[in-house]
Ligand binder design. Structure first.
Ligand SMILES: Nc1ncnc2c1ncn2[C@@H]1O[C@H](COP(=O)(O)OP(=O)(O)OP(=O)(O)O)[C@@H](O)[C@H]1O
Ligand SMILES: [Mg+2]
Length: 241
């Protein structure tokens, strides 16, 4: 069964059509990767799903409900969580505090929120830094914190926008493990990522967009061989390597 479905989404900004008749679906428990050149419309697609923008036309279905135009807080309660391309934790607050903010989407009791937050931090191997000020974390840990905050809302679907950008290769490997931990806990993942080896290793299915339009989709191995994708995005270098 598909957990998320985009049906013919268009998103216009004035005269610019950022998303052009995009349809895709994600099965429960899957990792779906969304790739494409800079400015292709990836973050805009996420913003439509997460309720930041109401699509100009088309429908978005989540968990059996039409959520087109629903507000972010209602979507959060329905089980949809996201991270932002630019990471913005409350820098002067502790790691634990930041994750508890997410947990308050599920409970109004402080001790319950703390228990949820500690559980999430433990599963993401960040519990030993729970008392650190968030602003003192490395970039890699800040990204991990961002995922922890989203996980504390107990989502069914997690949208991850370029959480691996700026990480060193070993940190990328660790982040791949984080994704797998999240997926194994039963959360479906919709991910935007430019780091090809990561997105190829993680995704069950890939969707490629250019100028807001879908130009390819399927298993990562098949998509990587697609002429359209090589021309638009991967370049001959990727094929050669
Ligand atoms: N709020 C907005 N107002 C006007 N134009 C926008 C807005 N948000 C995005 N755009 C435009 O829509 C297009 C798609 O942008 P988007 O940020 O979705 O691309 P992206 O695929 O996420 O790119 P990147 O890989 O660089 O993050 C771009 O041309 C961008 O300038
Ligand atoms: Mg983007």
């Amino acid at each position: 069964m598909s957990l998320l479905e985009l049906r013919n989404i268009c998103m216009d900004f004035g005269g610019l059509r950022a998303i052009d008749s995009l349809s895709l679906s994600i099965g429960e428990g899957q990792i779906l990767g969304l790739i494409g050149p800079n400015g292709a419309g990836k973050s805009t697609a996420f913003n439509c799903v997460a309720g930041v923008y109401k699509p100009t036309s088309g429908e978005i279905w989540f968990d059996g409900q039409n959520i087109t135009g629903a507000k972010p807080w209602d979507l959060c309660r329905a089980g949809l969580a996201r991270t932002f391309q630019i990471v913005k934790p409350f820098a002067s607050k502790t790691v634990l505090y930041n994750v508890m903010v997410g947990a308050f989407a599920r409970t109004d009791k402080t001790d319950e929120a703390e228990a949820i937050a500690l559980d999430v931090l433990k599963s993401l191997h960040l519990d030993h830094k729970k008392d650190f000020k968030s602003g003192a974390l490395t970039i890699a840990d800040r990204k991990r914190l961002e995922i922890a905050r989203a996980m504390a809302t107990k989502p069914k679907l997690l949208l991850l926008d370029e959480v691996m950008a700026g990480l060193r290769p070993t940190e990328v490997d660790e982040m791949i493990d984080v994704f797998r931990t999240v997926r194994d806990s039963g959360v479906t993942i919709f991910v935007i990522e430019h780091i090809m080896r990561a997105i190829m290793a993680l995704s069950d299915e890939l969707v490629v967009i250019q100028f807001g339009r879908k130009i390819s989709e399927g298993k990562p191995e098949a998509v990587a061989k697609d002429e359209n994708v090589i021309k638009a995005y991967l370049g001959d270098e990727y094929v050669a390597s």
